[in-house]
Design a protein around this ligand. Structure first.
Ligand code: DC
Length: 229
């Protein structure tokens, strides 16, 4: 079996693409790179430095100047990867509601995207990579061997998020979760630079009603069937 060297997986917030990519990476021994982490880490650093979210130039400069390292987490960690901003471990802080609320705004800034694009491409150079995000098949790795677009309806994604929060014992409201996802979808799909869209040559997978395992199996079959051009 010859597996594709570079796999690009795009999709909206809450589609499950990170979990799916992580499981595929484990099964087939790929390096998994979740590019949302780059945008989340930069957003965290900006919030910590008190940089205004309106100051595009300052945010772009911060993106250039910030060193972001992502390493696979050890087996006993409950994280998929450990994240370092300027050598400081920020793994526990990139998924807070403050970061969640600001990250779409920060990631819509052209100078920020330019700076983070190079960092993402350089990680993919090592090969045997599954990279997940919003613009991987369209912009970051347009020559990927396999491109996938993992989708789910807004209602399904909101319900999954809601269930996860309830399982963690958090006090949440379904309508608020749905509205926050809709807001992120709008910013991610309507921004002028690298908006979220389905790459022309992508395999489209709608995961409504599918479990993570079913989705991983379906994509796994596609990877195993892949033939070099
Ligand atoms: O996948 P995620 O929820 O961790 O991504 C967080 C934000 O980062 C998302 O709202 C949009 C942005 N993002 C992006 O613009 N491009 C990517 N390739 C990955 C994420």
């Amino acid at each position: 079996m010859s597996l594709p060297n570079i796999v690009a997986i795009d999709g909206p917030a809450g589609s499950g693409k990170s979990t799916i990519s992580y499981r595929l990476a484990e099964r087939y021994d790929y390096l998994f790179v979740d590019t949302g982490i780059f945008y989340r880490t930069l957003t965290l650093v900006a919030l910590r430095h008190g940089v205004s979210l309106d100051d595009e130039l300052a945010l772009a400069e911060l993106a250039e100047a910030t060193t972001i390292d992502i390493i696979p987490a050890p087996m006993d960690s409950h994280h998929k990867s450990h994240v370092f901003a300027n050598k400081q471990n920020v793994t526990d802080y990139i998924r807070t509601s403050e970061v969640e609320a600001a990250v779409s705004t920060v990631s819509a800034i052209p100078g920020v995207r330019r700076a983070l694009l190079e960092k993402q491409r350089s990680v993919a150079k090592k090969g045997m990579v599954i990279m997940a995000g919003r613009d991987i098949g369209t912009v970051v790795l347009p020559n990927a061997d396999v491109k996938l677009y993992v989708d789910a309806s807004l209602e399904e994604r909101a319900q999954r998020r809601y269930n996860q929060c309830i399982e963690r014992g958090e006090d949440v409201n379904y309508e608020e979760i749905r509205a926050a996802l809709a807001r992120r979808d709008k910013i991610d799909t309507e921004r002028t630079v690298s908006p979220l869209k389905i790459p022309d040559d992508a395999i489209y997978i709608l995961t409504d009603g599918m479990t993570i395992e079913e989705t991983v199996d379906e994509i796994g079959q596609r990877l195993e069937m892949w033939q070099p051009a």
